[in-house]
Design a protein around this ligand. Structure first.
Ligand SMILES: *Cc1c(COP(=O)(O)O)cnc(C)c1O
Length: 375
């Protein structure tokens, strides 16, 4: 082995888990699709990443702009996110010392994994749950235990039965992405009561703001009762800050402290901190986001029904719809300028996940879908 030997690479010795990762496949960006297909980017409809179709809240935008044009823009952000934590604590009635901020809630999911798990530990998640959970497990060399679904959603009984002495972490998404399924609060609570205390539960509530009033439950209040519970939330969906990357976790001090140790000191940037604090105070924006989504879910569901397509009832801001050869339908829709999300990588090759857009975007999507199906 000499320095000149080009047949040997450090990549060869990379951890097997890392080498085995199938990279996360994001919804295709508008610019990329426009370039690839020679389309006008202004006419492309993107319903592929569960983003907020209203665009950013004006209050959030003003706050971010003030940071970027102000004297602090060249400085590091507040490493502890003091102001945002204070605002979150007041808004949600939690202790500011129990909050961990993340670069998106994706960061929170990784922090929980890195803080608590090592190689050969077991991490449980549901089949068709958010694909980042297996990615976290693989990157750590942990064993991902995928529990079969029940009607596309979580089978909590089976997940509890999958717990072994090696289990360290359970990921739950409620509502779940990409299926949109929902676990009622009372069932979740019963599950938490049955999980042994040495096993942490990450309850990923990325879409919780979209729940109808009759379905809402307050997991943040449960954290005081369950020292093994980590509740994860994001500003990327209903709060409309996907580009800025802010999420947070609420957990008791022991787990919060551990996540803080593996966190990058400046993981949330100044513009994001300011925008998140501002949008938290923009109740009108959140209400409009909620209502637009309720209306859009109905519009899409009715459109799917009119086309005779099966779909999974959704509690999120997207719908999973069965179209047959989803790769072909997706290609045809792309050529018509509508970007949706194939979910073959979730083991759902006959389905597409379609995010709720503005009414005219939903209509354009249904039209492209009908055409792609030859209707
Ligand atoms: C979108 C999403 C997230 C993460 O989004 P961030 O932008 O990283 O906050 C987390 N969990 C689920 C289930 C999601 O769908």
């Amino acid at each position: 082995m000499t320095a000149a030997d080009k047949t040997i690479s450090p990549a060869d010795g990379a951890p097997a888990g890392v080498r085995g990762i199938a990279p996360y496949r994001p919804g295709r960006p508008i610019g990329e699709v426009a370039r690839a297909l020679g389309l006008d980017p202004a006419r492309i409809v993107k319903l592929a990443s569960n983003e907020n179709p209203l665009g950013m809240s004006k209050k959030a935008l003003a706050a971010a702009q003030a940071v970027l044009t102000g004297p602090e823009a060249a400085r590091y952000p507040d490493a502890n996110g003091h102001e945002l934590k204070r605002a979150l604590a007041a808004h949600y009635g939690v202790d500011a010392g129990w909050i961990t901020l993340g670069n998106g809630s994706n960061d929170i999911l990784e922090l929980a994994g890195r803080a608590l798990c090592q190689a050969d530990d077991e991490i449980i998640y549901a089949c068709y749950a958010f694909i980042v959970y297996p990615l976290v497990a693989q990157a750590l060399g942990a064993r991902g235990i995928e529990v079969p679904d029940r009607d596309h959603g979580h089978d909590l009984e089976a997940m509890r039965a999958a717990i072994t002495p090696k289990t360290r972490l359970i990921f739950l998404a409620n509502p779940n992405n990409p299926t949109g399924t929902f676990i009622p609060g009372d069932e979740l609570l019963r599950f938490l009561e049955q999980v042994p205390p040495q096993v942490a539960v990450v309850l990923d509530e990325a879409y919780t703001e979209y729940l109808r009033p009759e379905d809402r439950y307050d997991a943040l209040a449960w954290v005081a009762r369950f020292p093994n519970l980590i509740v994860s939330r994001t500003f990327s969906k209903a709060y409309g800050l996907a580009a800025l990357r802010v999420g947070f976790a609420v957990a008791q001090p022991a787990l919060t402290d551990l996540m803080g140790r593996v966190r990058q000191p400046f993981n949330v940037n100044s513009a994001a901190l300011a925008a998140a604090e501002a949008v938290l105070g923009d109740a009108d924006y959140l209400q409009r986001s909620y209502q637009l989504n309720q209306d859009g879910l109905k519009q899409l569901a009715e459109g799917f029904a009119a086309l005779g397509l099966d779909y999974v009832p959704s509690w999120g801001n997207f719908l999973l719809v069965k179209v047959g050869d989803a790769a072909a339908v997706n290609d045809a829709m792309l050529r018509a300028g509508v970007i949706v999300r194939p979910v073959g990588n979730y083991g759902l090759p006959e389905w597409l996940r379609i995010s709720v857009g503005l009414p005219e975007e939903n209509a354009a999507c249904l039209k492209a879908l009908a055409a792609a199906l030859g209707r």
